[in-house]
Write a protein that binds this ligand. Sequence first.
Ligand code: SAM
Ligand code: SF4
Length: 336
Amino acid sequence: MLDKPQIQPAKLVDPFGREITYLRLSVTDRCDLRCTYCMAEKMTFLPKSDLLDASELEEVASAFIARGVRKIRITGGEPLVRRNIIDIMERVSKHLGHGLDELTLTTNGTQLQKHASDLVRVGVKRINVSLDSLNPETFSRITRGGRLAQVLDGIAAAQSHGLKIKLNVVVLKQDNLDELPAMIRWAHARDIDVTLIEAMPMGEIEADRFDQYTPVSDVKANLAKDWALSRDTYRTGGPSDYWRVAETGGRLGFITPLSKNFCGGCNRVRLTCTGKLFLCLGRDEDADLRAVLRSGGGLDAALIEAIGRKPESHDFRIDAPGQSPAVARHMSMTGG
Ligand code: SAM
Ligand code: SF4
């Protein structure tokens, strides 16, 4: 007898023909750091009862994977400060090789020493570590009190367990612009890729974003005066545009949401820790998946309906002092 043909559910395709294959799953809005470009100094965090629990997160992840999502990035806030983070990741990791190609994580690195071996155990191979300075004082100023040594120890621990690392560096006009070549050299000497990211106007903070923002396209042009950059075909499913630096032998990515819009190729959506699905980082369109989950069903229909409302692009702009943020929520709430 012939096997019954398996009928695959249709993929998630938005009104602009973009297939959604990448989910960023935030597990907390809390963090042990307070980066000046990400958060206000005094943040009010959500009550823990508002958060999706591990089985709800698993249910949403499974629904997305059934509809063609092949990559999930766990994020936050700082994902490694959530108490049951490894349990959550283990639940999602059951899909690896069964629809899910990659489970990964973005972290500030402070808790990596504690968690690196468990991350490897649940199938994580690569992680992004956010680090904006290698100078202890500058790092402490940017993070409002963070200890650089803790992150460097975390990176070393992750590498010793075989995790491949990419460093995410937000380019900050007044804090790290001069340090970028040294940071790139430091990372490449340790087989760590680097991605430079533009500051984005998300949420109210104390500083004026105009004083922080520098177009990464300008940074790239400056680096290219001293280094030979050649295009690298490497792709991670994210928005980074990769280059190879001849002088260091390493890989360098550029994320330019403001200076070079890449929305045409967007393949992702973001779920907050309370189950709100944001369809675009810089827009307010959302879907309350927690309400769907807690009312007992219709998750698949809710995903299809939401993707049908995905906006074409964000409208981030930082071109004058004193501008309001594009969206009221901080990156730490949306899940960067
Ligand atoms: N706490 C983790 C970390 O720092 O990697 C994960 C969450 S954090 C919100 C994710 C990424 O967003 C980090 O690389 C961080 O530097 C970046 N980020 C936060 N606020 C940003 C902003 N306003 N503009 C650009 N990047 C931002
Ligand atoms: Fe925390 Fe990450 Fe935001 Fe820094 S960027 S405050 S580490 S969530």
